[in-house]
Design a protein around this ligand. Structure first.
Ligand SMILES: [Ca+2]
Length: 199
């Protein structure tokens, strides 16, 4: 690797010809030969970045079981999934909950769940925070599968530790059924993208 001799640069400046063989980015200046020598084989250098990771395990109940969700009566069912084969189902005012390792809430970019209530009732939903606190609100599922945006339950600071969703009872003559599927709490986790390639 060798830089263009000074006399060469002078010659190019004198001639005013845009054939300079150096390339600059910020404070870095390299010859094109140096760039080619340094360029990773995959075309992308190691860079620090983030990926969105769902904090919820078994978010769509596709294991066919509830674990690691805990509940006082919700069950896994195949009668009417929003996606995949399974969903969770409640009959009455009972809860389903999942706790996870504490995560800085400022890394959480979205909290979205899919719900359905044939009677179009209500659902009390909470996010848990350290040490033993919660942020809850009332949400209104529809008679068809629809996404509920729970971003209003995100606090500006603190460590998020879990989510809890309630079914309902009363309010109509039909069964007090609540369906839940596709629980997404996306957190941006720093990663080293060393293995990615532009190929
Ligand atoms: Ca599912």
């Amino acid at each position: 690797m060798s830089r263009i001799p000074l006399i060469g640069i002078v010659a190019m400046l004198v001639c005013g010809v845009a054939t300079a063989q150096t390339v600059r980015s910020g404070p870095v200046e390299l010859t094109k030969a140096e760039v080619e020598a340094l360029r990773p084989a995959g075309g992308l250098s190691s860079v620090a970045s983030t990926v969105d990771v769902n904090l919820v395990t078994n978010p769509g109940f596709e294991s066919g079981a509830l674990a690691p969700w805990t509940t006082d009566g919700w069950v896994v069912s195949t009668t009417n999934p929003n996606s995949g084969v399974y969903h969770a189902e409640a009959l009455g005012n009972i809860f389903i909950r999942q706790d996870f390792a504490p995560v800085d809430v400022t890394t959480v970019s979205s909290v979205v769940i899919s719900m359905l209530q044939p009677e179009v009732a209500i659902s009390w939903i909470c996010l848990f925070y350290e040490p033993s606190d919660q942020q809850c609100d009332l949400f209104f599922p529809q008679a068809t599968w629809s996404q509920l945006d729970l971003v209003s339950l995100l606090r500006p600071a603190g460590n998020l530790t879990g989510i809890q969703v309630y079914g309902y009872s009363g309010g109509g003559g039909g069964p007090d059924v609540t369906y839940l599927d596709d629980v997404l709490i996306d957190s941006a986790i720093p990663v080293e993208l060393q293995s990615l390639s532009t190929n």
